[in-house]
Design a protein around this ligand. Sequence first.
Ligand SMILES: Cc1cc2nc3c(=O)[nH]c(=O)nc-3n(C[C@H](O)[C@H](O)[C@H](O)COP(=O)(O)O)c2cc1C
Length: 341
Amino acid sequence: MAKLTVDHRLSIAPMMGITDRHFRYLMRLISKKVVLYSEMIHARSLVYGNVEKLLRFHPLEKPVVLQLGGDEVDELCRAAELGEKWGYDEINLNCGCPSPRVQAGCFGIMLMHTPKKTGQLIRQLRKATSLPLTVKHRLGSSERHGYEFLSNFAEEMLKAGAQRLIVHARLAFLGNVSPKKNREVPPLDYEQVYRLKEDFPEANIHLNGGVKTYEEISFHLRYVDGVMIGRLAAQNPYFFHEADFRIFSMPVKPKLRREILREYLRYALHEYELTNENPRTLLKPLLVLWHGVPHARLFRRMASENIKRASFQEICHALEQKANDMESAEEISLHPNVRLQ
Ligand SMILES: Cc1cc2nc3c(=O)[nH]c(=O)nc-3n(C[C@H](O)[C@H](O)[C@H](O)COP(=O)(O)O)c2cc1C
């Protein structure tokens, strides 16, 4: 079985429409250590679609995990092979997504209902790739739940060779419930995840759902091996500027937003010239970089509204100027123990 080599104490969750390669590049400029996940990619779209478009990423993003969705063994195995070939660090199987489309396709959360079959899937995947294989799932669904159900599913996954279980600590309501509601309405129950770690002490168990502060991260890390964060990263990626120091104990000086911006714009211009990527797609991750800082709205407007009027180079230049102006407004509160290099 492939060895888990990456320090995974803190990771950014897979999020469709958010964690594309540009967002991940921005996150990597903010933190060297947090582990990054792709959006969920359906195995079939990899087998039949534009592999380069779906899998290409910048080496700087590593460590980066490819999350796959699907339930067809052959497609998933081929998709995992492709993930390995393209240099991803791990393959993660989505067993938690409850969207109506996913329910109809019988993957995501539906894989939790058939633990034996899903275990077989993991066994086949293990033959197809030498990368570590991991599973992201929920506590259960509105149809099947309870600690016994959760622990039985976890046991099957571990027996089959899953090397990390990431548990979104709430049920999934089935039926015609929007994914957004399914991330808000079912209550969080962290105790079940802690109990899972207690019952499977050798297993790598990670917790996900509703985590918003470093204090909460540190608290959960007393009971589980890692914490995964989703929406907070999407809303305020700069939250993670202290992660390397506070969670991974690296003696590093966190970067200022404008330093990150400068590096990101260099990347964006290069990508634009190299691939002719849509300027909107390239600038999207920046719209939230100044979350909660004065003038953030003005910055967002500059990055989104000028696109039709100016060249991409002009917009990048204007954004950099604006960031320099905002420098004085930017108050960065370094953690008191940060040792500056
Ligand atoms: C916009 C959005 C898209 C998401 N897409 C995925 C996905 O592709 N795969 C997945 O496993 N979870 C997906 N999720 C769920 C997150 O990975 C995470 O489990 C959930 O948001 C709970 O974590 P949080 O409370 O820290 O946000 C998505 C969440 C959001 C907000």
